[in-house]
Design a protein around this ligand. Sequence first.
Ligand code: GLU
Length: 306
Amino acid sequence: MDYQAVLEEVAAHARPYVRQGRVADYIPALERVSADRFGIAVADINGDVYGVGDWETPFSVQSISKTFSLALVMAQSHGGHDSIWRRVGREPSGTPFNSLVQLEAENGIPRNPFINAGALVVTDRLQTLTGDASTSMLHFLREESGNEDLAFDQAVADSEAEHGDRNAALAHFMASFGNLENPVPSVIEHYFWQCSIEMSCRDLAVAGGFLARHGLRADGSRLLEAREAKRINAVMLTCGTYDAAGEFAYRVGLPAKSGVGGGIIAVIPGRCTLCVWSPGLDARGNSVAGAAALDHFTTLTGWSVF
Ligand code: GLU
């Protein structure tokens, strides 16, 4: 496969979609990002990386971090008696990512780890397991991506906290059901730091390589059992692209996780991990040009999980 040629063609296809949609504007630090940006990278399972456009420009990972917090928690609990799955479900929510209504009806157990409530529970668990749910994630991402310069974006984290009433409400609500182990302020603070990490398409594609390598890290050591990597990929497919996961699976046919920074990572198990970035979002919160690019990638290559 000539990855470089495929990516060039994918980028040309996606170009008309760049600037479509709306850049996230719920915090000023995201609103300032230019809608013109587009980048895509592929990291194959042997460690080779290819990219086009703004593939080396860092952006705010936002909800893509939810994939890594879940992986880190699963890596440390290995489905044991303290399994995270007692505290969070794995069904699509059918409601917006920051919705409160379902939580009340379902006794404080979030539908899945990729809506905010679910990610807060996972972050809470990571906090208990590591003592620092955001720095442990940053260190993992630095190691996996090979980029020691990865960092939190203080302005984004501060701004998330300033506009964080809804996330605080979700956390307090779950605490009232006994579904948090740590104090609410500490859980939401670490969640905001996780969201604020800045990474490029290159960094994310490389760091997500363990999902394509059936749980093996970049250095060949095992992070997750193969069945655990499969499960994360399955939850990405069914729940990873907000309230549009059905449509996304229909179009692209790959496990994926998006974030409101405009990034999407996608996994082709046994082959490669992709990351695409373009800040214009559709009404559900997925990058318009990013989804078009991944759609075209699987069309051109014929690669999907189906
Ligand atoms: N920091 C965002 C929030 O919790 C994450 C949004 C996202 O990427 O889905 O509201």
